[in-house]
Design a protein around this ligand. Sequence first.
Ligand SMILES: *Cc1c(COP(=O)(O)O)cnc(C)c1O
Length: 420
Amino acid sequence: MKDETKCLHAGYTPKNGEPRVLPIVQSTTYVFDSTKDVGDVFDDPSKALIYSRFENPTVMAVEEKIAALENGKAAMCTSAGQAASLISVLNLCNSGDSFVAASQIYGGTINLFAVTLKKLGIECIFVDADAPLEEIKKAFKPNTKCAFGETVANPALSVLDIEKWANAAHSFGVPLIVDNTFATPINCKPINYGADIVVHSTSKYMDGHALQVGGVIVDSGKFNWENGKFPDFTTPDESYHGTIYTKAYKELAYIMKARMQLMRDFGAYPSANSAFLLNIGLETLAIRMDRYAENALKVAEYFKNSDKIEAVRFPGLKGDKYYDLAKKYLRKPSGVISIDIKGGKENAVKFMDNLKLASNEVHVADIRTCVLHPASATHRQLTDEQLIAAGINPGLVRFSVGLENTEDIISDIENALAKI
Ligand SMILES: *Cc1c(COP(=O)(O)O)cnc(C)c1O
């Protein structure tokens, strides 16, 4: 199936007389005929479902759809994008380990990696995503267990050279995790370029309608966990009656370990209702991504021609620093544009406060146009140094173009710019 078809049909195929629409299975648990049957499912969880803290039929249909869209082997949904990033790393790193991350990633992820994981004894080594391969390689240590980057960084809008990063990670025998939130699998499939694990905040384009927060981890099923670096995959898990993940689950070792060990312990699993809503968003993802690209290009060109704007970052714009990488990795750009307004923070705030159609909110990649000033909101906790490393100037405005008519979006921008 092609992407448009997968969006509508992957993950759920009703049989004779079954509901056309993915049913919401709103149940915490599943019933068995005997105690033996329950025991059998613990031995082989592929036989039936156990408990909705880590698996549910509605959620699993959506997992299958997203795995199909990403060309992955399997996926696991999470209650937020943050939980997906957290679990994707904790599934590989123990206390005393390290991992390498691109500096140009989402501010919340920087916080999670630099502060919270540090408290757990896991060191995150940040490297400029654009550094040459040899420099990136220098960041890897014997205890490094993975690398992490963002296809299109929020809000720096830098494009990750996925092949370069996969190369660096693989030369040390560790997997590359890519946060593909802004690109979505419609515009980029990181697994096709060597990524081993893909994560998303599904709260953004995938849901699309600002209905519910969620995340997902996709496993390519391609990484060789038996290279001596990952004993947690190749030796018995005492918390799971001695299961050896590579032996029991083969190419699904990573995602099964994430589900049967970490999700079982943390319970950061979405509800059936959330998955149902996410599925509705996914059904139109392919056609929405096309229109976002079309609208955003018009808006980016308007910004580029305005004398009130210092700089426009939009990888779909000719002359953008990341135009060539975007040409290579992205089918189309997404709808997010970052702009630096002349006059810095003061004028950025004035511009935003004078917008009427575009809403000022802590969200991005919505169906409606919205704006955010990262330095005072999502990236408020970062130091000036971290802000610059993440590609964020104090005057940067993240403008997320929606699906309104572009004449209305541009006239709103025109009015607000006229006030500064
Ligand atoms: C929003 C976002 C996250 C975090 O996701 P939540 O669903 O808000 O927890 C992670 N990565 C990127 C790129 C994001 O935009």
